[in-house]
Design a protein around this ligand. Sequence first.
Ligand SMILES: O=P(O)(O)OC[C@H]1O[C@H](OP(=O)(O)OP(=O)(O)O)[C@H](O)[C@@H]1O
Ligand SMILES: O=c1cc[nH]c(=O)[nH]1
Ligand SMILES: [Mg+2]
Length: 217
Amino acid sequence: MQIHHLSETNSVLNHFLGQIRNVNVHNDSMRFRRNIERIGEIMAYELSKNLHYKEVEIQTPLGTKKTSEIKDQLVLCSILRAGLTLHMGFLNYFDSAQNGFVSAYRHHPNNDDYFDILVEYQAIADINDNYLLLLDPMLATGQSIVAVFNKLMERGTPKEIHIAVIIAAPEGIAYLEKHLPDSCHLWIASIDEKLNEHSYIVPGLGDAGDLAYGNKL
Ligand SMILES: O=P(O)(O)OC[C@H]1O[C@H](OP(=O)(O)OP(=O)(O)O)[C@H](O)[C@@H]1O
Ligand SMILES: O=c1cc[nH]c(=O)[nH]1
Ligand SMILES: [Mg+2]
């Protein structure tokens, strides 16, 4: 798997990452959502450097100019709920992408820390021969992404697969490296220290879905 770690160089990305982690601004869910979206925009821009382009000639009022446009048909697929705002960030830049939404949640059958992942709702464009971008802000154990990936592969074979996450635990990266094809690209804004006993990322940011959309019952 090819890993692209985006926050090694200082940029405004680190400023937004600081804000989504900061407990002192966690009461402002609009800021949290907007920062996730802005990070999505930055990640989309970085990822766009890896896509394929075609040459086009543009007519300006004063002449013509050769430039390039994205050639690839992208399918953005995010994992509900937390993936929604990240999805909007990517879609702000990839205007003509097709889209998909898949639900995945941690199911605790014994009311303890053991969980499995249930993937239920799936509404997604054709991924066959297209460029699949699978989006989720948090890569903790990696089980949600692998479970969704396996469901999606029943629908077709993309030309390229890019996975984009904002915060990743080393355990989740290792799990993806073990369970996903070597040809996948993994785009990460920030790599954290570890998982805690509840499989939450430390230092991480807490529960991304709750911070964006409120607590679940
Ligand atoms: O790598 P994993 O161990 O699978 O954990 C990561 C998953 O946890 C979060 O979703 P969550 O289950 O909290 O759902 P939500 O977005 O509805 O809050 C996150 O958005 C990932 O989908
Ligand atoms: O740290 C984590 C792990 C799973 N889901 C989250 O939202 N945060
Ligand atoms: Mg959650």
